[in-house]
Design a protein around this ligand. Sequence first.
Ligand SMILES: [Zn+2]
Length: 329
Amino acid sequence: MSYEFVPFPDTGATVRRESRPWARHDRRMPGAWFGTLRVEIACHQPIHVGSGFKAEQGGRVVRRTARAGERLVLPGSTLKGVLRARFEAITRSCAFEPPSDRGFIISQSYPDVRRGRLTAAVRQMPIFDERCGRDNRLCAACALFGFQYKDESLQSRVRVADFLADEAARSAVAEMPEQYEPRLHHLGDFRIDRSGREPEFEVSRLYGRKFYVGANPSTDGAPRRQQVEVAPAGTRFCGAIHLFNVDAAELGALLVALGVEPKTYLKIGAGKGHGFGRAAVATVGYQLRDELRRSREPAIDAWRKAFDASGDRWEGGVVKLVEIHERPC
Ligand SMILES: [Zn+2]
């Protein structure tokens, strides 16, 4: 299987929305953390981040990976997305939106079923309820990474810069199956509804948050292949993660999400189910300050304990995320 599910919280508060007075930008809160993590990410599999650009190379069309000038880059927005998805999975946070049930489904087991839908019960799950921000109550992920909903918004307190490869780093070309949407009926319990004009998958319960795993190129998937430019395994990217008004429990969760404490693999970019995208944080340099801009030593143990004790922690999510991305030390 090229993907696994991290279960949604099923005990206690499914989504924990609290007032979080430090989730602000207008002043520095006493006791909060500020500053920069200088992070180095090493590719363990080839990584391709879609850039929308194509090039011709040896008579073939090659989809180019993200670049900053001539240098290979992991865009900050891509990395922030990876971090947020992992942070959501380990906390009692809301999810961005339910999986899309538009578009055609191609199923080998049920070739006559081309459509699917989620039941109202799935769409109304608490994690898909867009209540964050109302009455000043926010889930942990929206409070840290920001949110935008209609006329309300909150800026992220974690700013991820673009991560640049060394100037000497060279790209390679690899073959990747063309992407297709995950099949809706693989995401949860389903039945086939044959009461309408066309048969439909009806998904009545989602298994959880989906994460790609897998160390080896898989052989399933769409038969059509494309040529993609990649940062080869072994490429190293360096960049900064800037923090503002971050509390100890958030830092503990952030280090889990980053795969630093405990050490886990990340999956970045396209083709994650097909042997692409595995990476890991190789080094972290801490340049931290307190609210009075005095330099402050990292407190990794204290951050971990604070997250352990936090009501935002979703233990089932932590256990599963760490298990599926386990990294030998
Ligand atoms: Zn939220």
